[in-house]
Ligand binder design. Sequence first.
Ligand SMILES: C[S@@+](CC[C@H](N)C(=O)[O-])C[C@H]1O[C@@H](n2cnc3c(N)ncnc32)[C@H](O)[C@@H]1O
Length: 265
Amino acid sequence: MDFEKLKKMEDELERIAATYEIFQEDTRLNWSQAARVEFLTTVRYIEQYLKPGMRILDIGAGAGEYSIHFSRKKYHVDALELSAANIRAFRKKLTKEMNLTLIQGNAMDLSMYEDASFDIVLLFGPLYHLSREEDRRKCICEAKRVLKDTGTLFFSFISNDMVILTEFKYRKNFFIENSYDHDTFKVHDFPFVFFTLDQCRDMLKSAGIRVIGEVASDGVTELMQDEVNALDEISYAKYLDYHYYTCEKPEMLGRSNHLLFIGKK
Ligand SMILES: C[S@@+](CC[C@H](N)C(=O)[O-])C[C@H]1O[C@@H](n2cnc3c(N)ncnc32)[C@H](O)[C@@H]1O
């Protein structure tokens, strides 16, 4: 599989699954200190809402980074993932002791789960990929349906306005290429989809989600990854303290590659 073949695939779900024959999801959140910032920040916020015995649903669970983390902490986790490549990577990490059920499926149809059956629902992935508004709405509404009335939803997005700078970091010609609309600065949605902060807010609001928290989950870390990766243990801990101190500030929300939204139904 290569990018040209991927672009030509018409069925979106097949294209998403094939994307992960190319992208290495297994190590995305753990290959370096910089890569770990998004994971550590997200877990820190989820933990604020967790109580022993709670049930977690991880939709678009990838190679299982969050599911396995919480399963090791003795929570019962249900994980749903579309891509066969990510499921293979995920299954390799499962042990008998884990209270974790992994199934292959599509976030737009969670009919295998009952209404109001989870305390915590994570939607970290499908909203990086689904290009049609009605599909995103379906998957947010399904996530909401399976959440208990007292439960909490977590959503992540890739920020359009920040991804421009991270792409520029890797491609010096980015600003004169055609990977974005030169009038609106909308980055072309392939193989991921990108939203501004306000678009994320509107999407959740229009699906009936009450947003109670907004977090710059990795902030500018990817732009500074060489510096962050060179930090010793003590300095890295201080970097994280600084990141946690700033990550809810409005000025950081606009300058984060990934955005975490916390919501209630
Ligand atoms: C970038 S990965 C994120 C994985 C993991 N949740 C995380 O946060 O690290 C995006 C994941 O969403 C999954 N995904 C995208 N669309 C999906 C859908 N419609 N149903 C289920 N999973 C989907 C992809 O296959 C991929 O594993």
